[in-house]
Design a protein around this ligand. Structure first.
Ligand SMILES: [Zn+2]
Length: 300
């Protein structure tokens, strides 16, 4: 009887202490688990190939390898002779349901192939659109995973770029070899990493400034025509935020460029034209490689 009472007293004392201790330990791990993940930088783990996975079908616009003269190089345009009236339309920050679909329809109606620089997390969220962009014959470039403007370590830059290439390759079967740094910023670590991986680093020579939503379609057209030239790379957006000005301006941009005898090509096709030129036209690309021009940061 006395032993039972002592046992009961012990239990009354030990059980709550034990429960409190267990609660503390469990609470600590739960807390650590949540917060350690919330602040973790983007990490890169190469995907593991599944042995049973069938190879992706090769589509008609499977890009050729980047020419040696463009590997790890930064360029704003491709130097063409004044008589070679060719430009590349480029669209950044997508894919995004609505804007990307409208732009794809305009391009298809006009039989134009363009280049889309996709944000990795947007590609992951909209795989159907990524497939459509590629199936329509457009070229897909890498525009980072999360569009950051801050300085990155090499591991952080690797994660931003490789995760994006992985998701694009898993959807289209083709790994991008062109990179456009978010905001055109050359010193955040991302362009440096892309350069080390021998990607071509693409800026632009004519900016529509469509990321300022207050800019009217007419203003976008004026901005483009201020600096359009043979071999030019035109910057527009199909993602980031829902803007109507780009898709409103695009048919007029195409019409006016055609009136001025311009033809439209993808970036790899534009680059391929460069290799046919005499040395004097190529010189200026090499100049921009050594001293990449700093471009003012923009909202998207
Ligand atoms: Zn962007």
């Amino acid at each position: 009887m006395l032993a039972d009472r002592q046992l009961l007293l012990k239990l009354i004392t030990i059980v709550p202490i034990g429960a409190a201790f267990f609660g503390f330990v469990a609470g600590f791990f739960f807390h650590w688990n949540i917060f350690s993940h919330a602040n973790k930088p983007l990490a890169y783990k190469p995907p593991v190939a599944e042995p049973s996975a069938k190879p992706s079908p090769v589509l008609e616009n499977t890009p050729k390898p980047l020419p040696e003269s463009y590997k790890g190089k930064v360029f704003m345009n491709v130097a063409l002779a004044p008589s070679q009236k060719v430009v590349a339309l480029t669209f950044d920050d997508g894919p995004l349901g609505g804007p990307s679909e409208k732009i794809l329809k305009i391009l298809k109606d006009n039989n134009i192939k363009a280049t889309f620089f996709l944000i990795g997390r947007n590609a992951q969220a909209n795989p159907g659109l990524v497939k459509k962009i590629y199936a329509d014959g457009h070229v897909i470039g890498n525009h980072s995973w999360s569009h950051p403007y801050n300085r990155h370590t090499r591991a952080g830059a690797q994660a931003e770029i490789e995760k994006t290439s992985d998701i694009i390759a898993s959807i289209t079967g083709v790994r991008p070899n062109l990179f456009r740094p978010p905001g055109g910023l050359m010193h955040t670590g991302l362009a440096e990493y892309a350069k080390s991986q021998k990607m071509g680093i693409v800026l632009w020579s004519a900016d529509s400034v469509d990321y300022r939503t207050r800019n009217s379609p007419a203003r976008l057209i004026r901005n483009i025509f201020k600096s359009v030239k043979p071999g030019g790379i035109i910057l527009m957006h199909d993602g980031g935020i829902r803007r109507a000005n780009t898709s409103e301006a695009l048919p007029m941009v195409i019409k006016r460029l055609r009136q001025e005898s311009y033809k439209f090509v993808t970036l790899p096709a534009l680059i391929a034209m460069d290799s046919k030129l005499p040395k004097k036209y190529i010189a200026h690309i090499n100049k921009s490689v050594d001293k990449p021009k700093m471009v003012t940061a923009k909202t998207f």
